[in-house]
Design a protein around this ligand. Structure first.
Ligand SMILES: Nc1ncnc2c1ncn2[C@@H]1O[C@H](COP(=O)(O)OP(=O)(O)OP(=O)(O)O)[C@@H](O)[C@H]1O
Length: 584
């Protein structure tokens, strides 16, 4: 059950949960005590020297009243103190649990396989980490306390009722089964509606996220009105989902109120008649009438609690669903840390993306010796980047083997593998931080001199120092304050700083001008010694110096060799080269 799973997240905070529960219960006991004191006070003014208090030893009615006044003061003070304590403790617990959920969820998302992210919208994930966790926090803040306090009042008030009059106790309790049945009915009706509300909230977040990220495209196509309408339509769906939940939750309180009224009237009239007949003392009658309210009114708040509970559980199910998503690519027990020297082998590797009907790579065989530079060229969609994704172990090949230094890639610890590959991918991502920090991300131990050296090798230093704040310039999310070529050079510097034995550049210099690219090539030559380099480029001038160039077509290597050999072969590479150099 969702609630138990949520509560099991509170393991480790058991002591505080018990203390918070005690505070909730004591507060409730203090809360119902004044009603009993009112009854006793009525008894004092009516029976004076024969009152209940007089029997305890305080005979003077005035003194009895002073005593009751003093007790009332203590009770109110106690109630206030315990209210402070339960609120503080439940809220602190809610904070701890929501924090744990958020951080665990985030950690889990980060570990998910790349294929998981292909079907997910960032908006949905952010809405789970933000909105759903907050929703759950709201329930945890007050929900547990509300439930405990309702139970406490039923037990404590019930005890007083049964002590005074069993008949009236049964009458006062009669609406409770109706209320509980109503609550279950409400819960069953509300559950799917709140699930729908959470789903719609996720869709809104997703649409807004995408649109803000793509605002330049929206503007360039002057689609602002269209997009506003689209967001408005999704927002309308959210409103409609909420309206349907509101209808059912709003009906709950009035229905409960009528049930409460029945119990109250029964005590009021039957108890009154008993008092008139002399079967019930006036003070006791007063206590019962006031206590019926104390017994039944909390059930009215149950509607809000149930509402909060349903919303909270709908959110919890989304959070737990995310946490239950299996991680397919992970280290197995025998995975080792290996110091790679840069030998790479692929044997008969065939790989198909789940969503595709045909394989992206077919029977690929590749041998790269440590220190060599290899390049992959070929038409768009031919499978070049997919080779890299397999080397990074983002995906798992359905057939064949990938080895590094003779060790199966699955037997290498993922952190060890990825930390020894410097990848500059097509989709470069910079963090919303300073340029310095973005480069240093490649190696957090790197000194300032090392960061500058990497930037110089990547031909980035010159443009960085010309910026207003130099290395301290903050780049916007995805580096929007920089040009495409500048972003690529920062990403390259970041990868170089990692000083990896394997460096993979997937269209890493596609956006820089020819002159800068030539300078980067010269830098790369300097650092290529003892390092395996894999290049992917459409611009063939980038790859002419590679030891081996592999031409891919439809997921197959159709030609391999050095630039000169491939030109001599007069095959596909020759054709591509001729097109690019204007020979055709
Ligand atoms: N995440 C994915 N899910 C499903 N199919 C994919 C995915 N990524 C790539 N593909 C498909 O796999 C094939 C190979 O894609 P890949 O990105 O490896 O090509 P590429 O040669 O690197 O192309 P480009 O030069 O355009 O970068 C393409 O048909 C592509 O549609």
């Amino acid at each position: 059950m969702t609630l138990f799973k949520v509560l099991s997240y509170g393991k480790g905070f058991k002591g505080q949960a018990i203390w918070a529960s005690v505070c909730s219960i004591v507060n409730k006991l203090f809360d119902i005590a004044p009603e009993i004191l009112i009854g006793i006070a009525i008894d004092v003014v009516i029976n004076q020297e024969d009152s209940f208090v007089a029997n305890l030893g305080v005979v003077d009615p005035k003194e009895q009243l002073y005593l009751l006044g003093f007790l009332t003061f203590l009770i109110w003070a106690g109630e206030s103190i315990f209210q402070y304590l339960y609120m503080k403790n439940w809220r602190e617990l809610a904070q701890k649990i929501q924090h744990r959920f958020r951080v665990d969820c985030y950690g889990h998302i980060q570990q998910m396989d790349m294929r998981f992210f292909e079907d997910q919208s960032t908006g949905r994930l952010t809405s789970i980490l933000n909105d759903d966790v907050n929703q759950l926090e709201r329930f945890l803040n007050i929900g547990a306390n509300d439930i405990l306090q309702v139970v406490t009042s039923v037990v404590a008030v019930g005890a007083v009722f049964f002590l005074i009059s069993t008949k009236l106790a049964l009458l006062a309790f009669s609406p409770i089964p109706v209320i509980i049945l109503g609550a279950f009915y409400f819960q069953r009706k509300a559950e799917p509606r709140y699930a729908e509300v959470r789903e719609k909230a996720g869709q809104i977040a997703s649409a807004i996220n995408t649109n803000i990220a793509g605002v330049a495209t929206i503007k360039s196509f002057t689609k602002e009105r269209h997009e506003k309408k689209r967001i408005s339509a999704i927002s309308d769906e959210y409103v409609m989902a909420n309206e349907s939940a509101i209808k059912i939750s709003s009906a709950f309180t009035p229905v409960i109120r009528m049930a409460i009224l029945t119990g109250f009237l029964a005590t009021f009239i039957v108890g009154g008649l008993d008092t008139l007949n002399g079967d019930l003392a006036v003070g006791a009658y007063g206590v019962l009438v006031f206590l019926t309210q104390r017994l039944l009114w909390p059930f009215r708040d149950l509607a809000n609690t149930m509402d909060l509970y349903e919303r909270g559980m709908a959110s919890a199910r989304r959070i737990l669903g995310l946490l239950d998503e299996p991680i397919h690519i992970k280290d197995h027990a025998q995975a080792e840390n290996i110091d790679l020297s840069g030998n790479i082998e692929m044997e008969d590797v065939t790989f198909k993306y789940e969503s595709q009907t045909s394989a992206a790579l077919k029977q690929i065989n590749l041998t790269i010796k440590a220190g060599e530079t290899h390049a992959f060229v070929g038409q768009t969609g031919s499978g070049k980047s997919t080779v890299i994704k397999l080397l990074m172990r983002y995906y798992h090949a359905q057939q064949g083997q990938v080895k590094m230094d003779g060790v199966l890639i699955e037997n290498i610890n993922i952190v060890s593998l990825r930390s020894q590959i410097g990848l500059v991918s097509q989709a470069t991502f910079l963090f919303n931080a300073s340029i310095f920090d973005n480069i240093q991300y490649g190696n957090e131990q790197a000194t300032e001199a090392e960061v500058l050296k990497a930037a110089k090798l990547a031909e980035a230093h010159e443009f960085i120092v010309k910026l207003d704040q130099g290395y301290q310039t903050t780049v916007g999310e995805s580096g929007v304050k920089l040009s495409g070529g500048q972003i690529q050079r920062i990403a390259l510097a970041r990868a170089l700083l990692k000083n990896p034995p394997i460096l993979i550049l997937d269209e890493a210099t596609s956006a820089v001008d020819n002159e800068t690219e030539a300078a980067i090539q010269r830098s790369l030559k300097k650092i290529a010694d003892g390092r395996t380099i894999i290049l992917i480029a459409h611009r063939l001038s980038t790859v002419v110096h590679a030891d081996q160039i592999h031409v891919l077509e439809n997921g197959e290597f159709i030609e391999s060799g050095s630039h000169e050999t491939l030109l001599k072969n007069q095959g596909r590479y020759h054709q591509l080269w001729s097109i690019q150099t204007g020979g055709v």
